[in-house]
Design a protein around this ligand. Structure first.
Ligand code: AQP
Length: 330
């Protein structure tokens, strides 16, 4: 059977939320068993908004440790830091020449982030989807586990792959998104129609993977619900539905089972149960991440090996792209 490849990444742009975990990292784990997986810390993406350099370095290592603590297995998977593989930026430059300014300006994330960082609407911010396409296409990826917010970028990636293949001949595999519907958009606890985001200005809107137990319980207690006091999953009840979705993921049950287990209960009971379930699940991950961060040399050597592995595959794609577009090889 033909080997299938999975690529995914998260930016070290802040402490991760349970949204990043549920929409992305958690879905990677079963894929490691039957696919060739590349999981990266997307540091080049994160500098499209201003970062503190020392903090960015620490967050990069800390995110790699978190991947491992969540269950990414370095024996089965290639785990590396994006900037350690220069082919990402090199392919991005080549793809920039077939990407149109108009299509990048239409991207929702570009519009949102331009508003949020009005004093720093830089070229990198606009180019984010092209770099993301390069990440994915370098590895001839079949599947990309992402949350709903990234589906538009994945469509651009597919368009660029098809456009390049049409213009220069078959070069890239055209990837598909791997999305689990009920987990694709975990929402803010305070504005439950908005996605939970690691860069939300209000820390009470998000549960961070590093939050201690008492903070998790408190944040869930304050979560916005509604006044109808029945626990069911429904579009017109975004707050309650969000809590049920979070509960079902961490409990390992379906949403229908979650609804059933809260039959006749009030919102207070639901909020406490979700808080306790999430805190219980995060505790061992937090402990393991801290343990790994105490082994800095081990982490750095693992990332070095990961980057070497990644480069082997990335280089092949880049050479083929350079040949197709007519760059003279030295
Ligand atoms: N709320 C969410 N629900 C489900 N999935 C989510 N993802 C993010 N938020 C949610 C998924 O997490 C992966 C990594 O995201 P990223 O770090 O590359 O950037 P992002 O999508 O922009 O996530 P954030 O948390 O909102 O980061 P900031 O605040 O820095 O922009 C992606 O697969 C994403 O879909």
């Amino acid at each position: 059977m033909e080997e299938k490849t999975v690529y995914s990444a998260v930016q070290p742009s802040g402490d991760l939320t349970i949204g990043n975990y549920i929409g992305s990292i958690r879905n990677w784990l079963p894929l490691q068993e039957s696919y060739t997986c590349y999981f990266a810390v997307a540091d080049l993406h994160s500098i499209t908004v201003r970062q503190d350099p020392a903090l960015l370095r620490e967050r990069t290592l800390s995110l790699a440790a978190l991947y491992l603590a969540c269950g990414v297995d370095p024996e089965k998977t290639t785990l590396y830091v994006q900037s350690h593989v220069p082919e990402h930026a090199q392919l991005c430059w080549a793809l920039n020449t077939i990407a149109y300014v108009g299509e990048m300006e239409r991207m929702t994330q570009f519009k949102d982030k331009s508003q949020k960082h009005a004093d720093n609407i830089n070229m990198g911010l606009m180019d984010y989807p092209v770099l993301m396409a390069s990440d994915i296409l370098l590895y001839q990826t079949d599947l990309v586990p992402v949350g709903q917010d990234q589906t538009q970028h994945l469509e651009i990636c597919r368009d660029l792959a098809i456009r390049f293949n049409n213009r220069y001949g078959e070069t890239f595999r055209v990837p598909k998104a791997h999305i689990i519907k009920e987990r694709a958009k975990i929402c803010s606890l305070l504005e439950p129609t908005k996605k939970m985001s690691k860069s939300d200005e209000n820390p009470n809107a998000s549960i961070f993977l590093t939050d201690p137990r008492d903070v998790i319980l408190k944040k869930f207690k304050r979560a916005v619900t509604d006044s109808d006091n029945t626990i069911r999953y429904a579009e017109e009840k975004p707050g309650v539905s969000n809590l049920l979705a979070i509960y079902s993921v961490f409990r390992g049950c379906t949403i229908a089972e979650a609804e059933k287990s809260f039959e006749g209960c009030g919102y207070g009971t639901l909020k406490t149960a979700v808080g306790e379930t999430v805190a219980d699940a995060l505790e061992p991950i937090q402990r393991e991440q801290q343990r790994l961060l105490g082994e800095r040399e081990y982490l750095l050597s693992l990332l070095k090996k990961g980057a070497e592995n990644a480069r082997e595959r990335a280089e092949k794609t880049l050479i083929s792209v350079y040949e197709k577009i007519g760059l003279l090889r030295g």
